[in-house]
Write a protein that binds this ligand. Structure first.
Ligand code: FAD
Length: 403
C-alpha cells in the first residue's frame, strides 16, 4: 500500500497520558507512532499552556521510573506527605474541623509528588527524543480508523497511513478513535467548572495538600516548589458554572480577596501567580475499554472530577496493565485475547473509582446547612477509626491493603 508505514502501536493523542504511553512502550522496545493535532505547549508562559498540576501517586511514580521518565521529573516535584481535609461548611467560612491523612501511617514514602502539566509535556517529550523506537508527529491527528482481525489501518490528517497491531486511544474525553469504533459513553454533568491556577502565600505548606470543603465543590491547594523565595501552591477551585464565570472575570485584587476568604485564611493572603484557566467538570465512562485492535486509555475511557488526584493516576494504571500484557506476550500485541484481558483487568476498577469520586463530588457540592453538617459527621466517623482511615488511604493510592 503506498505511503503506509508499519508500527507496533499507534498512540492517538499526545496529552500527558498519550506521551507517557509512547515513552513506556518505546522504552520496552515496541515501535510506536504517536500523533496529536495540537503540538504540546512546553512553557508555562506560552499561550495555551496547561496550568493544571498532577499529583502522581506512588504506583504512578513506579510506572514513570519504568518508562525512564522519573529521573527527569524528580528535581521539579513537590512531595505530598499529608492530605488535609478541612470542613468550612458552617454558617460562616471559618474552618470547623480538620483531619490529616498522613502517608507515614501506611508507607515510608509520601503519598505522591506534584508537577505542573506543561512541565510534564516538556520532560516527556525530551524522553521521547532519546527513544529511537518512537516517532512523534505533532500537528497531525488521527482522521480515520479501519480495523481488521490482524491489524488497524489509521489514516492521518496529512493523508499518511499507518498500519498498527494496536491503536492506543489517548485522544481525550471526545476521543475520535472511540467514536470511530463506536464505543458509547455514559456522561454525568454537574453544572460545575474548575478554576486552576498557582498562588503564592506567606505560610509554608509543609508538604501538606489541603482540601477545603464548603459548598459548590472543594477548594484544593497542592504544594509547588517556592516561587521567588515564597511558598507556592497549585489551586483547583470547583464551583457551579456561573460562579466560576464570575470569579474568572474579577479584577485580580478582588479575585485574590475572594480566594483568600474561600481558603479560610489558612495560608494567609493568597497572591495570584498565573492566569486563571477554566475546566468543565464531568464524570464519564466508556461502556468498554477495547474494540478490535483498539484499547481506550485515560480520558478516552474515563473522566472524573479532580478530587483525590485520581484522573491521570487511573490513566497510568491503564497504560501499565496494557504494557504488562504486551510484555507477557509480545506476539499477541493487540490480539482479541490481550484486549479482553485488558478490559477485564481495568473496567471494574475504573467503574468503582468513577462512582466513588462522583459520590465525593456530590457530597462536596451540597449547599444546605443540614447536609453540610451530615458531611462533616460522616468524615469524622470515617476518620476516627484507624483501620478505616488507613484502608481509605490505600484505596486512594491504588495500593490495595498491602503496603
Ligand atoms: C482542574 C483539574 C485538575 C486535575 N488534577 C489532577 C491530579 O492532581 N492528578 C491526576 O491524576 N489527575 C488530575 N486531573 C485529571 C488529568 O488532568 C487528566 O486526566 C489528564 O490531563 C487527561 O489527560 P489525557 O491525556 O487523557 O487527555 P488530554 O490532555 O485531553 O489529551 C488528549 C489529547 O488528544 C489530542 N487529540 C484530539 N483529537 C485528536 C486526534 N484526532 N488525533 C490525535 N490526537 C487527538 C488532543 O489534542 C489532546 O492533546 C485533573 C483534571 C482537572 C480538570
Amino acid at each position: 500500500m503506498p505511503n503506509t508505514t508499519d508500527t507496533d502501536i499507534l498512540v492517538s493523542g499526545g496529552g500527558v497520558a498519550g506521551l507517557t504511553a509512547a515513552a513506556a512502550f518505546g522504552a520496552a522496545g515496541f515501535s510506536v507512532t504517536c500523533v496529536d493535532p495540537a503540538p504540546p505547549v512546553t512553557e508555562m508562559s506560552d499561550e495555551g499552556s496547561d496550568l493544571r498540576t498532577t499529583a502522581f501517586l506512588q504506583p504512578s511514580r513506579d510506572f514513570l521510573i519504568r518508562a525512564g521518565i522519573w529521573d527527569r521529573l524528580h528535581p521539579h516535584a513537590s512531595a505530598l506527605q499529608i492530605m488535609r481535609v478541612v470542613d468550612a461548611g458552617g454558617a460562616d467560612s471559618v474552618p470547623r474541623s480538620s483531619h490529616d491523612f498522613d502517608a507515614a501511617d501506611i508507607s515510608d514514602l509520601p503519598f505522591g509528588w506534584n508537577l505542573p502539566n506543561w512541565l510534564l509535556s516538556r520532560e516527556i517529550l525530551a524522553r521521547l527524543g532519546e527513544l529511537a523506537t518512537v516517532d512523534f508527529r505533532p500537528g497531525i491527528g488521527t482522521a480515520s480508523v479501519l480495523t481488521r482481525e490482524r491489524e488497524a489501518l489509521v489514516t492521518l490528517s496529512d493523508g499518511a497511513r499507518v498500519r498498527a497491531r494496536l491503536v492506543v486511544a489517548a485522544d481525550g474525553r471526545a476521543s475520535p478513535v472511540r467514536e470511530a469504533v463506536g464505543i458509547p459513553v455514559k456522561t454525568t454533568r454537574y453544572g460545575q467548572k474548575a478554576l486552576a491556577f498557582a498562588v503564592g502565600h506567606d505560610a509554608p505548606h509543609d508538604n501538606v495538600s489541603t482540601e477545603i470543603h464548603r459548598s459548590g465543590g472543594p477548594f484544593t491547594l497542592v504544594p509547588l516548589p517556592d516561587h521567588d523565595g515564597r511558598p507556592s501552591s497549585a489551586v483547583v477551585w470547583m464551583e457551579r458554572g456561573p460562579e466560576v464565570a464570575r470569579l474568572a472575570a474579577l479584577p485580580v485584587p478582588a479575585f485574590e480577596a475572594e480566594m483568600t476568604e474561600r481558603s479560610a485564611g489558612l495560608f494567609g493572603p493568597l497572591t495570584l501567580l498565573t492566569r486563571r484557566t477554566v475546566w468543565p467538570i464531568i464524570s464519564q465512562i466508556a461502556a468498554r475499554m477495547e474494540a478490535e485492535r483498539v484499547a481506550l486509555v485515560a480520558e478516552a475511557a474515563h473522566v472524573v472530577p479532580p478530587i483525590g488526584a485520581q484522573g491521570l493516576n487511573m490513566s497510568l494504571g491503564d497504560v501499565r496493565v496494557l504494557l504488562d500484557l504486551a510484555e507477557a506476550d509480545p506476539d499477541g500485541l493487540g490480539s482479541r485475547a490481550m484486549l479482553a484481558a485488558y478490559h477485564g483487568a481495568r473496567h471494574g476498577e475504573v467503574r468503582a473509582r468513577v462512582a466513588g469520586i462522583d459520590a465525593l463530588n456530590r457530597a462536596s457540592m451540597v449547599s444546605m446547612q443540614g447536609l453540610r453538617d451530615m458531611r462533616m459527621r460522616a468524615l469524622q466517623a470515617f476518620y476516627s477509626v484507624k483501620p478505616v482511615r488507613t484502608t481509605l488511604m490505600r484505596a486512594g493510592l491504588g495500593t490495595g491493603r498491602a503496603g
